[in-house]
Structures are given as C-alpha cells and as structure tokens.
Design a protein around this ligand. Structure first.
Ligand SMILES: NC(=O)C1=CN([C@@H]2O[C@H](COP(=O)(O)OP(=O)(O)OC[C@H]3O[C@@H](n4cnc5c(N)ncnc54)[C@H](O)[C@@H]3O)[C@@H](O)[C@H]2O)C=CC1
Ligand SMILES: O=C(O)[C@H]1O[C@H](OP(=O)(O)OP(=O)(O)OC[C@H]2O[C@@H](n3ccc(=O)[nH]c3=O)[C@H](O)[C@@H]2O)[C@H](O)[C@@H](O)[C@@H]1O
Length: 447
C-alpha cells in the first residue's frame, strides 16, 4: 500500500516506520524543515528505543521517505494518515487547528481516491469535520476513518507491531476492507465500528487507565494512614481477572502528553453536551494532589524546606522517553523552589528537553543546579527524591546514596526500592503507600 503520514512525532514517525517494515511504501511529511533534515540524515529526533535502526533499514531499502511537501506525499498515496498534535487549549478542550490545517492541505492536493485516516486523538465528531474540511477543497472522491493509536512512549515500536487491538471506525466498506488488510499482519483483534464510537474508545481507554492510577494512589494514601502496604494490596487486587494487575503502581501521579490532556478534553467533551463527568474530574484532582505528596514528605522529614538542598533523580514523566510534557517533576520543582529549596537535578535522557520546555534553554535559574551525572545530585544534598524510575536509579547503590547525602532522607516517588534493602542502611525512607522508615539520624553525619 502507498501511505502518506502527516506529522512525524511519536505517533506518525513510529507508525510510518512500522508500516514500511511491514512492506508498505511510506512517505512521512512534517512542516518542520529541521525535523525532516534530521530524519533524512538518518537521525530520529525523539528518544524511542529501536526506532532509529528500523527507520534507517527501511530508508535504505527504499520503502520510507521524508519530505516537507505534503502534495508530493499525498498525490501518490492510497492512504493518508493524519498524526499531528492535538494539544490542550487553555480551557482543556483539544486544539484542532493542526488537524484542520492538515485536512485542508490534503483537500487542496488530492489527485484521486484516497482513504483519509485520523490517528491523532480527537473529540467525538472530529472526523466528520475532517471530511468537511477536506471536501471543501476537492472534488475527488475520498473516505474518512478513525483509527486511534494506543502506543506508549518508550515501547512505541513494540506496541505498534504487537497491538492489543486495532479499532477501525468508518462507514465506508471500501475503507474498512483496506484498513483491515493493512493491519491484519499485526493482530486478529480488529474491531470495526462507527466513527464516533472509535473516537470515544480512545478517550475512554485513556480516562480509564488514568482512573486506575488515581484510584490506587488514593488507596496508597490511605495505606500510609492505616499501616497497610499498597504493593501488597495491588497484588492482591490485581489477581482478580476482572480488575487486572496493570496500572496499579502507586506513585507521584501520571504525566505525559496524553493522560493529562485527554482527561481534560473528555471532561470538556462531556461539558459541551451538559454532562458533568464527576468521576473524571476527581481523577484529575487526585492526580494533581498526588504530586504534592513529595513536598509533604520532605516537610515531614526535614521540618522546613527553606535553604535546604534537594537532589532530584528523574525529570521525564516516565522512564524510556525524553518527553517531559506534563511531567510531575515540573510541578514538584516549581513548588520546591517556591518553598526556598535549592535543587540539584539529573535525568539520563530528558535534561535538554526539560530545560527547553520549563526553563530557558541554558536552564539558568539560581536555585537549580543541572548535574552532569546522577551522583552529583546526591552529593551534599539534605534529601534525595526519586521521581522517574530509570534503571540507573533503580539499581543505585543505597550505601553510596547514604554516604554522599549531607542529610539522610530518601523520598522514593515510584516505590522502586525494597523496604528490606533500605532497612540495611541508615536512610530515612519515604515511599508511596508503604510504611516509612523514619528512624532518627544526625542530618549532618556525612561530608
Ligand atoms: N505521544 C503518544 O504517545 C501518543 C499520542 N497520541 C496522539 O497522537 C497525536 C500526535 O501525538 P504526537 O505524535 O505525540 O505529537 P507530536 O507533537 O510529537 O508531533 C506532531 C507533529 O506534527 C507536525 N505537524 C503539525 N501540523 C502539521 C501539518 N499541517 N503538516 C505536517 N506536519 C504537521 C508537527 O510539526 C509535529 O512534528 C496527538 O493527538 C496525541 O494525542 C496517541 C497515542 C499515543
Ligand atoms: O494516548 C496516549 O498518548 C498514550 O497514553 C499512555 O501512554 P504513555 O503516556 O506513553 O505512558 P504510560 O506508560 O501509560 O504512563 C503514563 C503515566 O502514568 C504513570 N503510571 C502508569 C502506570 C501505573 O501503574 N502508575 C503510574 O503512575 C506513568 O508514570 C506515566 O507518568 C497510554 O498507556 C497509551 O495506551 C496511549 O496511547
């Protein structure tokens, strides 16, 4: 199949590369010249394990191309896939301006029948608007379909090649048959549905996963008060097949480019039809409060934060990605600085993106020291907070943490250390929903 993919972000680039890998002829388009130049020089602009190698193999085989010319890509394509961003507007609603622009541009250059697929996450009813935006600029025949994407950053290639299911929302038999044959090599779990249901499946799935996380985080908060251990609770709950064990890891709350944006958008979608989505509003509120729990634990252990030096391990919203959009670390850092703390921060992959997104590119802020390596963030700090569970942190030698800290406090926002492991050190240890190890120890013992 000849495929044009509009947008070379996490979704467009990974989908395009994987479709080429399956033997299709793929042209990826982006309006950012710098991105296309980078891709044409064999470099992937995002951090996504396994992607660069697969991309270059398919470029060399002549199955994958990159261009800024939407016309060049669309005119040759049987299938045109829209994978541009749908960020939040200030009121939480999805910003559809990139979708509209792409749809209108497609309409302007369409040279014959094509199937136009929206892979971006869009509110219910958007694909009908896509049809209208394309149709306003062409007299060529076309069909539209909603094929939402469920990949996770960090495992995007694997998720794309081994999806749990493929959702195809369209009222065209011709489009459905073509999309089924495109996806059949990946899975037998292909669900054919109407366009509006397909659009809703995407939001409902993300909102449900976010709900599971906020639910377990509230159970964790309760566990801390009643002396239970949330990990034991999650294991016990998750063995019930009706509940399932995934997405029950308590922590500092969800972040990323999708759960925060899509939960807000669904609340807005409900509001537009005068429906008050109370449960989802609480999910969002709980998630916001959960980020504060790090500050509360620091205040509990250190007394006050003014003038304290706090080491932070992890800035990405989760390991395996350099994406820092809506990362809990950003809110936690801002609150710590406001409380008068000095921060020593380190992330193995996301430092550059984080500085560019939340500070100026140079990262200049008198209260933040951007560390060259992970131990520099520990050296001389009053406390260390682990915010992202990168392997290098999970495998860290806790005796070394103890000896380099000026204080003795370790806040584990992702429950990565075993309680017995920490018990063999002198660290005062706070995790999420598990018993704290609050023993007394001189704050200035080391260094
Ligand atoms: N990031 C993720 O893990 C997932 C994202 N999604 C959804 O997929 C969509 C895309 O997300 P990402 O890939 O993260 O976005 P992104 O922001 O990383 O990439 C979007 C790309 O589209 C390009 N673009 C925008 N307008 C264009 C136009 N008219 N012509 C050509 N290129 C254009 C931008 O320059 C950018 O490179 C969003 O709706 C998101 O909610 C869905 C599942 C997973
Ligand atoms: O629509 C999207 O963009 C994507 O959003 C999520 O994928 P992603 O944001 O890449 O990452 P997840 O692995 O789902 O993690 C999201 C956040 O939840 C947190 N999380 C996850 C699981 C858990 O048990 N506890 C928990 O706090 C993670 O730390 C992270 O901050 C979904 O998992 C994908 O299916 C979906 O396609």
């Amino acid at each position: 199949m000849k495929i044009a993919v509009i947008g070379t972000g996490y979704v467009g680039l990974v989908s395009g590369v994987c479709w080429a890998e399956l033997g299709n002829d793929v042209t990826c388009v982006d309006k950012l010249q710098s991105k296309i130049d980078q891709l044409n020089s064999g470099k992937v602009p995002i951090y996504e394990p396994g992607l660069e190698q697969m991309m270059n193999a398919n470029r060399t085989a002549g199955k994958l191309r990159f261009t800024t010319s939407l016309a060049e890509a669309v005119q040759l394509a049987d299938l045109v896939v829209i994978a541009v961003g749908t960020p939040s507007l200030p009121n939480g609603e999805a910003n559809l301006s990139f979708i509209q622009q792409a749809a209108e541009e497609i309409g302007q250059v369409l040279a014959g029948y094509a199937i136009i697929v929206t892979k971006s996450t869009v509110p219910v009813g958007t694909n009908e608007r896509v049809a209208a935006w394309v149709g306003a600029h062409t007299s060529q025949p076309f069909d539209v379909a909603s094929v939402p994407e469920f990949l996770r950053e960090g495992s995007a290639v694997r998720d794309t090649l081994h999806p749990d299911r493929i959702i195809i929302g369209t009222d065209s038999e011709r489009a459905a048959a073509a999309l089924e044959s495109l996806h059949r090599p990946l899975t037998d779990q292909i669900v054919r549905t109407d366009i509006r249901s397909a659009e809703m499946i995407k939001y409902a799935s993300n909102a449900f996963l976010a709900t599971k996380i906020s639910f377990i985080n509230e159970i964790a908060n309760l566990c801390e008060k009643v002396g239970a251990n949330v990990e034991e609770v999650a294991t016990g709950m998750g063995l019930d097949q009706r509940i399932g064990g995934s997405f029950l890891r308590a922590g500092i709350g969800y972040g990323g480019s999708c759960f925060p944006k899509d939960t807000q958008a669904l609340i807005q979608i409900a509001g537009d039809v005068a429906y008050d989505f109370k449960l989802l509003k609480s999910v969002v509120e709980v998630n916001q409060l959960q980020r504060r729990s790090v500050l509360e634990k620091l205040a509990d252990s250190l007394g006050h934060l003014n003038g304290r030096t706090i080491g932070l391990w992890g800035l990405a919203f989760k390991p395996g990605t350099d994406d820092v959009r809506e990362s809990p670390a950003a809110d936690i850092m801002a609150a710590l600085i406001e409380a008068g703390a000095v921060l020593k921060v380190y992330d193995p992959i996301a430092m550059v993106n984080f500085k560019r997104t939340y500070y100026n590119a140079a990262g200049s802020d008198d209260n933040i020291i951007w560390c060259e390596e992970q131990w520099e963030a520990v050296l001389g700090s009053d406390a260390l907070c682990l915010l992202t569970e990168w392997d290098a942190f999970v495998q860290a030698d806790l005796q070394r943490v103890e000896s380099l800290l000026r204080g003795s406090v370790l806040i584990d926002g992702r429950n990565v250390f075993r309680l017995e492991q920490v018990a063999s050190t002198g660290l005062r240890y706070y995790s999420v929903g598990r018993p704290a190890l609050k023993r007394e120890r001189s704050e200035t013992a080391s260094l």
